[in-house]
Structures are given as structure tokens and as C-alpha cells.
Design a binder for this molecule. Structure first.
Ligand code: PMT
Length: 445
């Protein structure tokens, strides 16, 4: 096989070498930059990205780019008509590998076989109604359908079409056959604006970040947390003072959302109980939105008895106003000073640890400004956790709101595991390794 040829790892002659970690290049410090740093579960994987003829084909360039920057070797296969929507050169520019279309190209006699055999995942984005129909019929009428018939790799399908085409009973039946009959993984379509003049409805292709995660989950199928039920709490709670004000804290939800995303990528069925957050919910996760500590308490208690893992990353208000006012407090009625009478909220983590079944793992967080490890150790014991993740408030790049965190993991009967400052997603990945080891499912050594 030639360097950079389909199925090989090495970039071809036209390659712009895929970037190393963006942090090292210093090129991208935007929130979520960690999404595009090489790492698990995409690094070193071979992905065939099939692109069909739909207006969403332009978004497939972003999928190809993100997968490449995450360390995957991406071979793009365009259908003949897809080339009318997006130029092959765009894909070559972001993957460093020339896209493929022609099953009968010179020297390409066994191209479909080498692509199909070498792939860790075949992802079709966008998948049009016509492509879905041909795939469901088992056709092998062009390079992409032929690869699909010849591969044993997991397949991810991202449908994109007009809402009426998506609602057509034939399309629904074809998709059901691909999903239920062949075990393909579907991502989307989303409900939103369609092509110009078409209004909105279900049919819009899933966002590139969700497609990238669906590929990550598919290549990790059968991963260490496969089938495990993971419950994660995230973000801060809001405790009403009156009709417009609340007591809250600075938790953004980033740490908890990163944990939920990493658990889903590892194969888990994830429920994320979250206070208000501006972070996009991770793909595939069951999001339960709450506002107050009592609402979070109820949502957690309803689910924790069936969880294999509970991770309490939320910053729960320890106290709430005893009697929130139904209307807005008026400054002219209060004057210059007032006091709010507070009453303790339930300790969700401590209460739920006792409700978990044998063999499950309870994980807490400790956020402290001082005496971090000693306080974390006390919380580990007092709240009945199996492990606790200690992080500091007020340290740059750590704790609240930051995209990174510096944590120490304390597990019962083990020496503390101190991690350097890392992206919250990378921190989440490391925490999950420790959890997996506790569950006896591989993980940290
Ligand atoms: O959301 P980010 O901006 O990304 O920030 C992440 C974080 C700093 C919020 C997160 O890393 C973190 O440390 N979360 C726990 C914050 C906290 O409330 O720590 P604590 O030491 O006060 O609580 C100890 C544990 O008990 C925590 O697991 C907490 O979820 C839980 N708890 C606390 C009080 C309460 N009434 N019920 C609880 O369940």
C-alpha cells in the first residue's frame, strides 16, 4: 500500500500534515479547543467518511477536519453527485488525503475492499434518502455502497433531507432496516432550518460535533463502560429568593458535561441531571434539567438505585432561602439592609450513596479554597463515596468555569493520583479510567 493511499495511516504527498495538539501550536484557545486535540477514542482510527449529494455536504468538510485533528486517518468517499455540492479539494485540504469517487479508477480494482477492510468506522454524512434506500436494498452500485456492503466495521448514518422526504414511509422503513436490521448507528436528523425556502422541520443533518462523537462511540462500541448506567450531576443549582432573584454559584456545567460525554463515548447509557447551563448537551445523553437542589435531589433519587456509577460533579447549594417571596422584593419597601433566612438543603450525594446497589461506584467532587486534600478525604468518608475528585476554587485554569482543571483523585485504599492541568474532557477520561478499574472493567492500572 502506498503512503497516504486509502486505508493507510500515512498522509499522502499532498498532505498538509495534520496538526499536533493545538495547545502546543498555540493556534486555537477557543472554548472546546480540546475537542480538536488528538486523543481517545479517535486517535489512530481509520474512518471512511461517505458524503452524499445534499446541501449539508459542506458540513461534512468540518466532520472530516475535526476527525483528522482528533488523530483519525480519514478517507473521504464522495458519491458522483456529491461533487456538485462540494469540491474534492476541500476534503483533501483538511484531511491531507485525496477523496475517492470512482470504483473503476485505474489501479482501484480492489479499492472498495481495502477501504472496507481497513476501516474502524464507516460514517455516511450526509446520508440522502436515495443513498439510504440503496443501502437498505443492499445495492453495490457505486464506490460508497460497495464499501458499505463489504465492511464489518460499525456504520454511522447521519441522514439529511427535506422534512417530507424524511417523513416518507419508505425512508422510515429503510432507516429502520439499517438501524434495527443491520445495527447501524443513526445520528440525527435534527429539527431545524432546512435548505433555503424549505422552512424548518426534522431533516437537518446533525451538527458535526455530534457526528464526530457518534463515530467515537461507534469505534468504542463494546468499550469498558458498555451497557453500564452512569448518572452524572452537573452545574450549579439556583435557589429562589423571590420571583426574579436566586442564590447560585459559578459552576458552568463544563466538568459534569465532559464526564457525561466521556462516559457515553465509553459505551455507557448516560443520564445527566443538570442545573441551568449554557454548555451544549453531549450527544446521546439523556438530559434531565433541574433548577433547585430539591429538584436535583428528586431527579437523582428517582434514578440512582439503578445506576452502576453515580458522579456528583454538581455544585449544589448547601442552603436555600426558607421562604422565597412570590413577587419581586421592592427596594423602597426594604430599605438599605435586609437578611435572608436560610435553611439547609439535602445532601444529595451522601443520601444517594446509601441507595446504590452492591458493586456500583459512587464518585464525589470536593471544591475547596484551602486544605484541599484533607477536606476531600473527610468528604470521601462522610459521604460514602468510593472515590472523590479534589479541585481548587480560585486557582487559574482550575475549578469553576475554566475549560481546564487540575485535580487529585482520591480512591479508598489507594495513594492519591495527582493530575496536571488538562482540558476538562481529558480529566473526565482519566476519572473514568479509575471508575472502570473499580467496576472491574479495565481502566487505570
Ligand atoms: O461546572 P464547572 O464550571 O465546570 O466547575 C466544575 C466544579 C468546580 C463545579 C466541579 O469540578 C466540582 O468541584 N463540583 C463539586 C462542587 C461542590 O459542590 O463541592 P463540595 O465540596 O461543596 O461538595 C462535595 C460533594 O457533595 C460534591 O460531589 C457535591 O456535588 C455534593 N453535594 C454537596 C452539597 C449538597 N447539598 N449535595 C451534594 O450532593
Amino acid at each position: 500500500m502506498t503512503p497516504g493511499g486509502p486505508g493507510s495511516d500515512a498522509p499522502g504527498p499532498a498532505a498538509q500534515q495534520p496538526a499536533g495538539p493545538l495547545e502546543r501550536r498555540g493556534a486555537d484557545r477557543s472554548p472546546g479547543a480540546d475537542l480538536r486535540s488528538p486523543g481517545p477514542p479517535w486517535a489512530g482510527r481509520k474512518v471512511v467518511l461517505g458524503v452524499c449529494a445534499g446541501i449539508a455536504a459542506y458540513k461534512a468538510v468540518q466532520v472530516a477536519r475535526d476527525l483528522t485533528l482528533l488523530g483519525a486517518a480519514v478517507d473521504v468517499v464522495l458519491t458522483e453527485s456529491a461533487r456538485k455540492f462540494v469540491a474534492p479539494l476541500s476534503f483533501e485540504g483538511v484531511t491531507g488525503r485525496g477523496p475517492l469517487t470512482d470504483i473503476f479508477a485505474a489501479g482501484g480494482a480492489a479499492l472498495h475492499i481495502s477501504l472496507a477492510r481497513g476501516a474502524d468506522c464507516v460514517c455516511i454524512a450526509p446520508a440522502t434518502a436515495d443513498f439510504i434506500a440503496r443501502a437498505a436494498a443492499g445495492r453495490a452500485s457505486d464506490l460508497l455502497t460497495t464499501v458499505l456492503v463489504a465492511t464489518d466495521a460499525p456504520v454511522v448514518i447521519a441522514p439529511a433531507m427535506n422534512d417530507r422526504m424524511f417523513a416518507h414511509p419508505r425512508t422510515a422503513a429503510n432507516l429502520a432496516l439499517l438501524e434495527d436490521g443491520l445495527g447501524h448507528h443513526r445520528v440525527g436528523p435534527a429539527d431545524g432550518r432546512l435548505a433555503a425556502g424549505e422552512g424548518s422541520g426534522p431533516g437537518r443533518m446533525a451538527e458535526p460535533s455530534d457526528i464526530v462523537d457518534a463515530v467515537g462511540r461507534a469505534v468504542g462500541a463494546g468499550g469498558p463502560l458498555s451497557g453500564a448506567r452512569v448518572l452524572v450531576t452537573a452545574s450549579g443549582t439556583r435557589e429562589p429568593v423571590d420571583a426574579v432573584r436566586y442564590l447560585g454559584n459559578r459552576s458552568s456545567g463544563k466538568m459534569g458535561y465532559a464526564l457525561a460525554r466521556a462516559a457515553w463515548l465509553n459505551g455507557a447509557e448516560v443520564t445527566l441531571v443538570s442545573g441551568p447551563s449554557a454548555v451544549d448537551p453531549p450527544c446521546g445523553v439523556d438530559l434531565v434539567g433541574v433548577e433547585t437542589a430539591w429538584e436535583m435531589h428528586e431527579a437523582v433519587m428517582d434514578r440512582v438505585g439503578t445506576a452502576d456509577v453515580a458522579i456528583h460533579a454538581a455544585a449544589v447549594a448547601d442552603y436555600r432561602p426558607r421562604s422565597p417571596l412570590p413577587d419581586k422584593m421592592k427596594r423602597e419597601a426594604i430599605g438599605d439592609e435586609t437578611a435572608i433566612d436560610l435553611v439547609a438543603n439535602p445532601d444529595i450525594a451522601a443520601e444517594s450513596a446509601g441507595k446504590m446497589r452492591a458493586g456500583s461506584v459512587a464518585v464525589g467532587f470536593a471544591l475547596e479554597t484551602d486544605d484541599l486534600l484533607a477536606r476531600a478525604e473527610r468528604k470521601l468518608e462522610a459521604k460514602g463515596f468510593d472515590l472523590i475528585v479534589a479541585n481548587r476554587a480560585g486557582e487559574p485554569g482550575s475549578g469553576f468555569e475554566a475549560d481546564t482543571n487540575r485535580v487529585t483523585i482520591l480512591a479508598r485504599g489507594e495513594p492519591p493520583r495527582e493530575l496536571p492541568v488538562m482540558a476538562k474532557f481529558a480529566v473526565a477520561w482519566e476519572i473514568l479510567k479509575v471508575i472502570e478499574a473499580r467496576l472491574g472493567r479495565g481502566g487505570a492500572g
